[in-house]
Ligand binder design. Structure first.
Ligand code: NAD
Length: 322
């Protein structure tokens, strides 16, 4: 029997598909430092991970039985993909399943920050009953998103899902992607195809200079330099709002803190951090930062789609490789 370890869990629908297909699935978490021993003792043929478990070169060398690595999600930066492929181990992911959920989280941060919810949710429990009027005054200058320009850096699946919501809310969209010249964005109204709008990408500098809000949707490989640093913040409009739901390393966290402190950046929505699961405390404490703990794909809908897509791919792989 083929044995599968879903070390960061798997949605019930996906697990059911795998067990129905005759696989034995374990969701008992093996800690990172015991991964090699655990995989070997459990005689696992495949490991499924989200972003928490790291599948390193050492793990790949230490577990000769492993034939398949499945990433429940998009980013593969926690897997040594090149090394796995060089050893003939198949690596799969579920790139399409979570785009809508990540895009909606971007707007949760944007709408929240534009009306200071990140700050009022922190202060109201302590001060709401005694300083109600002061807080009301503090948050008097909220902003509407309608009519503003959203800069989307990285115009792939998630970037385009973000564009659809932005256009639907009445925002203007600027997109930058060195590999994509233009994309047709379909706006669905009440489940029907309503409108197709073609967005041509612009130069990076033009996006930075002309956006009221900027959101990042690019890939990142561990150890590579951040895409957004002080020189980029200096090109942005004063008072810009930024969202990073891509990867922590895409933005220089220290330069972001500096830009927040000078007021160049008015607020930042951060879902992903350079040093997960131990984010920079200064970023967590900053009053102008709206925070979430890497939950872009963490919706019931996305997790079900991810689980099912992954299960289908696992079943298809072992149909030809067992
Ligand atoms: P995608 O591959 O569809 O799109 C990424 C786009 O970035 C591509 O079109 C590519 O051409 C573009 N790109 C590459 N380098 C660039 C650069 N230097 N500047 C601008 N654009 C560049 O990927 P996706 O599904 O849209 O996912 C985007 C990122 O979101 C992934 O890297 C993933 O790590 C992250 N993600 C985060 C969460 C979360 O929970 N927060 C969930 C899913 C995905």
């Amino acid at each position: 029997m083929i044995r599968i370890l879903a070390n960061d869990g798997i949605d019930a629908a996906g697990k059911q598909m795998l067990t129905d297909a005759g696989f034995e699935v374990s969701t008992t978490k093996i800690p990172q430092e015991k991964l090699i021993t655990g995989l070997n003792e459990g005689m696992f043929d495949a490991i499924l991970v989200r972003s928490a478990t790291k599948v390193t070169k050492q793990a790949l060398d230490g577990c000769p039985r492993l034939k398949l690595i499945g990433r429940a999600g998009v980013g593969m930066d926690n897997i040594d993909v090149n090394y796995a492929v060089s050893k003939g181990i198949k690596v799969i992911n579920t790139p399409d399943a979570s785009s809508q959920s990540v895009a909606e989280l971007v707007f949760a941060h944007l709408y929240g920050m534009a009306r200071f919810l990140h700050d009022s949710n922190r202060l109201m429990p302590q001060q709401g009953a005694v300083k109600f009027d002061e807080l009301k005054k503090k948050y008097a200058n909220g902003r509407e998103l309608k009519g503003k320009t959203l800069g989307i850096v990285g115009f792939g699946r998630i970037g385009q899902a973000v564009a659809a919501i932005a256009l639907g809310t009445g925002m203007k969209v600027l997109a930058y992607d060195p590999f994509i010249a233009s994309a047709d964005i379909f706006l669905q109204i009440d489940g029907h195809l309503g409108l197709s709008i073609t967005i041509k990408t612009v130069e990076f500098k033009a996006l930075l200079q002309n956006s009221d809000f900027i959101t990042l949707h690019v890939p990142h490989s561990e150890g590579s330099m951040p895409l957004i640093t002080a020189k980029d913040f200096n090109l942005m409009k004063t008072g810009v709002g930024i969202v990073n739901a891509a990867r922590g390393g895409v933005i220089s966290e220290q330069d972001l803190l500096d830009a927040l402190n000078t007021g160049r950046v008015a607020f930042a929505g951060i879902d992903v951090f350079a040093n997960e699961p131990h984010p920079l405390q200064a970023l967590l404490n900053h009053p102008a930062v709206s925070l979430s703990p890497h939950i872009g794909a963490s919706t019931i809908e996305a997790q079900e789609r991810i689980g099912v897509e992954l299960a289908k791919k696992v079943i298809a792989f072992f149909a030809h490789n067992s």
